[in-house]
Design a binder for this molecule. Structure first.
Ligand code: NAD
Ligand code: WQD
Length: 346
């Protein structure tokens, strides 16, 4: 088989960030194969991505912990690289079910890396998270800031980062682009795909949009006594389509290296923090919807402020976020109001 620089395996491609990235990859001329066990997503997301790009997408239902199933995929296709989104991501659930998180996120990644090595596919873009920075000592956070995590979800990302670093040291063939996302929000401008949490959302933006659409009655704001602009928590919200584009740029970066870069951590954020109240106000203004809220106690494990230095992404990848908070709210609302029950019919 020819080495196909255009073919990319997208693990977790049916999920929130993966589905948006598939569109960006298609627009950039890549051919996509999605591998997902649908544990936190639905086939309907893939159908919608297919109809948005105007062609069917190859989808394999499988688990990243299943080496035999992965081998079949790598035997059938010659990949340039893998974008690895597959994993579990709910912090609270990870505290209750740590083994499930380490099994999915750590063992699953090891199995994937082993199969990649067998098939000599050495380009990986990994979904890490700003959660690896814990409670930052200084802001904005750059890639050499201290890493520490307090919950099993965060630990699973940090452990994978260490595995990737060790792998890069052991063998100089790898391009391991480790993207640390800040707070992904928003949806595709078509309103056809977006974030579709099971049950009550854990994260702020989907919670706000479910209040706006009437599925939830009131937002609980976790703490108004943080040392921030208005006492509420500050985060670096980033539009999911900007994030998606970052993955395309990361692949291009890997493609253009004459010597493999090894482990390369890169923040994907806007560099700008917004408070909970600022986001609520922006959402209400942009959408004309009322967002009733009340202040409650701080949520365990939350930090006051977190925002990125996005300089390295600009320098190395030529990437920077282009969407504003207004865009993020408008696009979230379009998706939510067009799909009040997410991908489910009702
Ligand atoms: P998501 O849950 O929507 O997507 C993850 C996808 O992976 C889902 O489709 C799920 O079915 C699949 N999956 C899970 N375990 C699998 C397994 N063992 N085998 C095969 N498929 C499996 O989540 P998302 O928000 O799109 O996040 C994608 C990645 O980015 C995750 O690794 C997450 O930890 C990371 N991340 C997310 C955020 C965020 O706030 N959304 C922030 C930082 C990092
Ligand atoms: C944002 C702000 C809350 C909900 C989490 C994960 C992190 C990463 C992104 C994967 C905070 C406040 C929230 C609510 C609220 N995911 N809030 N009421 O905690 O920054 O990050 O998602 O890697 O690992 O921890 O995001 O959206 O949950 O919270 O007041 O109902 O909104 O206190 O200040 P967080 P979030």
């Amino acid at each position: 088989m020819e080495n196909n620089k255009n073919k990319i395996l997208v693990t977790g491609g049916a999920g929130y960030i993966g589905s948006h990235t598939c569109i960006a990859l298609h627009e950039a001329g890549y051919e996509i194969v999605i591998y997902d066990n649908l544990s936190n997503s639905s086939k309907e997301a893939i159908n919608r991505v297919s109809s948005l790009i105007g062609k069917p997408i190859e989808f394999i239902e499988g688990d990243i912990r299943d080496a035999e199933s992965l081998r079949k995929v790598f035997t059938a296709h010659q990949f340039f690289g893998v974008i690895h989104f597959a994993g579990l991501k709910a912090v609270g659930e990870s505290v209750a079910k740590p083994l499930m998180y380490y099994s999915n996120n750590v063992s699953g990644t090891i199995t994937l890396l082993e199969v990649m090595a067998e098939y000599k596919v050495t380009n990986l873009v990994f979904s890490s998270s700003a959660t690896v920075y814990g409670d930052p000592e200084t802001l904005p956070i750059n890639e050499s800031s201290k890493r520490s995590c307090t919950n099993p979800y965060g630990q699973s990302k940090l452990v994978v980062e260490h595995i990737l670093e060790d792998l890069a040291t052991s063998n100089k063939q790898w391009n391991l682009i480790n993207l640390r996302y800040f707070n992904p929000v928003g949806a595709h401008t078509s309103g056809q795909i977006g974030e579709d949490p099971n049950d009550i959302p854990n994260n702020l933006m989907p919670y706000i949009s479910q209040v706006a659409v009437g599925k939830l009655t009131k937002l609980n704001i976790f703490g108004n006594d943080y040392p921030t602009v208005d006492g509420t928590g500050v985060r670096d919200y980033i539009h999911v389509t900007d994030l998606a584009k970052g993955h395309v740029d990361a692949l291009r970066y890997a493609e253009h290296q004459t010597t493999p870069v090894g482990f390369m951590p890169i923040n994907l954020g806007t560099g700008k923090g917004s408070s909970v109240l600022e986001l609520v106000t922006a959402f209400a203004e942009v959408t004309g919807q009322k967002i009733p809220y009340q202040f409650t106690a701080r949520r365990a494990g939350d930090i006051a402020s977190c925002y990125a230095s996005a300089d390295k992404a600009k320098q190395l990848l030529g990437w920077e976020a282009t969407h504003t908070i207004t865009d993020m709210c408008a696009d979230t609302w379009r998706w939510q109001s067009m799909n009040p029950y997410g991908y489910k019919a009702s």
